[in-house]
Design a binder for this molecule. Sequence first.
Ligand SMILES: Nc1ncnc2c1ncn2[C@@H]1O[C@H](COP(=O)(O)OP(=O)(O)OP(=O)(O)O)[C@@H](O)[C@H]1O
Ligand SMILES: [Mg+2]
Length: 380
Amino acid sequence: MRPPELVGRQSEVDFVNLMIAKSTQRRNDGGLIMYGLRGVGKTVLLNELQQLVGRAGWVTVQLEARPGQSGRLAVRQSLGRGIAMAGRQMARFRSAVEEVKTAISTISAFSFTVAGVSMNLGVDRSDHRANSGLLEVDLEELVADLAEPLRKNNSALAIFVDEMQDLDVDLLTALLAVQHRAVQSDWPFFIIGAGLSTLRRTLAEARSYVERFTIREVGALPDEEARAAVRNPATALGAKISDDALEAILGEAQGYPFFLQTFGKAVWDIAPDRNIDREIAVAGIAEGNADLDQNFFPARWDRTTPGERQYLRAMVDVGGGDMASTSAIAEQLGTAATSLSPVRQSLIEKGIIYAERRGYVSFTVPNMDRFIRRQADTDE
Ligand SMILES: Nc1ncnc2c1ncn2[C@@H]1O[C@H](COP(=O)(O)OP(=O)(O)OP(=O)(O)O)[C@@H](O)[C@H]1O
Ligand SMILES: [Mg+2]
């Protein structure tokens, strides 16, 4: 949900504005990938950036990756449809009409080849472009054929990818490789992605292509911004929040947007009038925490097996909030580190932990350690 006040993301907005400005001058300095913990505001930011480039006349495609074989098929469907919809948008271009038509016939072939999508775009499907069935080849031909007509209409193509850590390796590689080619040839093609911190490791393995990306962490909000995120929407509605009430909320949320919104909402709902003092804030925070314990944390916890829970508890015991050493976890559990690697791997695949550094694991969810402590053994 778009927050009433989207704060603290100006540098990403500026970055994309610069990307637009350069593209107008036929330059491409590469795509943008953002990573961060659960609930830190990645999706909201991606949507904001998509609107931004849309207002600049860019054509966009929105993908949300999901794990497994079904995710692999679903994301290809979205890609095929999204590109076809992009073709619809391009059909309205005013300049280079003949080139646009050729591009749309490539689009038609691409959508059909990648996902069996056959949408009537008013031109015949190309019988020699973007139809090899090799994703990387077809995507490159697509982007190559779109480049000139997009440029001549002062536009560009951007693919937005959310939950990028779940993208299958074939599509990920194809996207990275084509971004690489686009930079070399200054084609107006950009990938803007976001995902969990797990992504950094995946990207590091893709090596050289990643040089064509700016990679940024989306983190917790600094104090001033977190304050604005809570205070401004409230004052806009005529409420008064006392300083100590605000401090209580900020202290509990630690700058994490999802927590700020949860506590903000709970405090708002509980307040009998528009004067919010510390007492109301404290009561609201308790409500908010109950809500998080019911709805936010269990979404991850409930998907784990007993063995995985043991591992997570050991992680909390040895490491607390930040990184936990895998050998310390093994020691805590009284086994060898190697015998724990399947458990570790499946927790990574479930998006609950990530391993940024060799030999260490961390939670993808802020404050997950505190939640686990609260689950004192009741379920074992
Ligand atoms: N910059 C911000 N300022 C204020 N609130 C924000 C900001 N960014 C996100 N939020 C709020 O925080 C919540 C989480 O945002 P969002 O869904 O974008 O997070 P996410 O990083 O995509 O989470 P996940 O990893 O679970 O997909 C939403 O309620 C959103 O409105
Ligand atoms: Mg998200």
